[in-house]
Write a protein that binds this ligand. Structure first.
Ligand SMILES: O=C(O)/C=C/C(=O)CC(=O)C(=O)O
Ligand SMILES: [Mg+2]
Length: 220
């Protein structure tokens, strides 16, 4: 066990949510981005967390909210300048995550050269599952992540297609940002991202290990 503290409710710790973008070539290409040679990083606020039973809210300033299904990595042991060789010792477990994205706002930010905060970090932009114990996913680089909207399959990809591996990401991130127990790393989404509408139901999963469902509502 990496930590003596109980991280099973990691989303209550108020720790960092560090997101990796464009980590699947098929997704980078569908949005007409170049495939990166270094990880693209951005942050979400801890208030982005939302749990099953509560709705995902469409921000009042967006008309194009996209789903992105991702594998999350829960950090159990913090560190700075973590070596790739020992990086997995810092992992407590995994989580199924959605990186909800106001795509129209992100496009505007990109055009203006502005940060993606409004597009990515709003409240309820990070639906999460329970923590999956590390031992349950023997090879995190070989699981299928999938997402359906109203029962129609929209995203299905294998984590084997990640450009940057989990040890590489932990090492890379920890050279820039000290990792703490309870932090969550979102490892990027495969292709198939698309818009959701009010009252749509999203169901996502990691293989048949875990699944979760969320309904979309408008922010009032
Ligand atoms: O550069 C873009 O147009 C979009 C990038 C993303 O939203 C990146 C991700 O969040 C991802 O790849 O998961
Ligand atoms: Mg993403």
């Amino acid at each position: 066990m990496a930590s003596s503290k109980n991280l099973s409710r990691f989303w209550e710790w108020g720790r960092k949510i560090i997101c990796v973008g464009r980590n699947y070539a098929d997704h980078a290409k569908e949005l007409k981005n170049v495939v990166p040679t270094e990880p693209v990083l951005f942050l979400k606020s801890p208030s982005a967390y939302v749990r099953e039973g509560a709705p995902v809210l469409m921000p009042y300033y967006s008309n194009n909210l996209h789903h992105e299904v991702e594998l999350g990595v829960v950090i159990g042991k913090g560190g700075k300048d973590i070596a790739q060789a020992s990086a997995m010792d810092h992992v407590e477990g995994y989580a199924l995550c959605l990186d909800m994205t106001a795509r129209d706002v992100q496009d505007q930010c990109k055009q203006k050269g502005l940060p993606w905060t409004l597009a990515k970090a709003f409240d309820t932009s990070c639906p999460v599952s329970d923590m999956i114990p590390k031992e349950t996913i023997k090879d995190p680089h070989n699981v299928k992540i999938w997402l359906k909207v109203n029962d129609i399959l929209k995203q299905e990809g294998s984590t084997s297609s990640m450009i940057f591996s989990i040890p590489f990401l932990i090492s890379y991130i920890s050279r820039v940002i000290t990792l703490e127990e309870g932090d969550l790393i979102l490892t990027g989404t495969p292709k198939g991202v698309a818009a959701v509408q009010e009252d749509d139901e999203m169901v996502a999963g990691i293989d048949d290990i875990i699944s979760m469902r969320f309904r979309i509502k408008k922010q009032v």
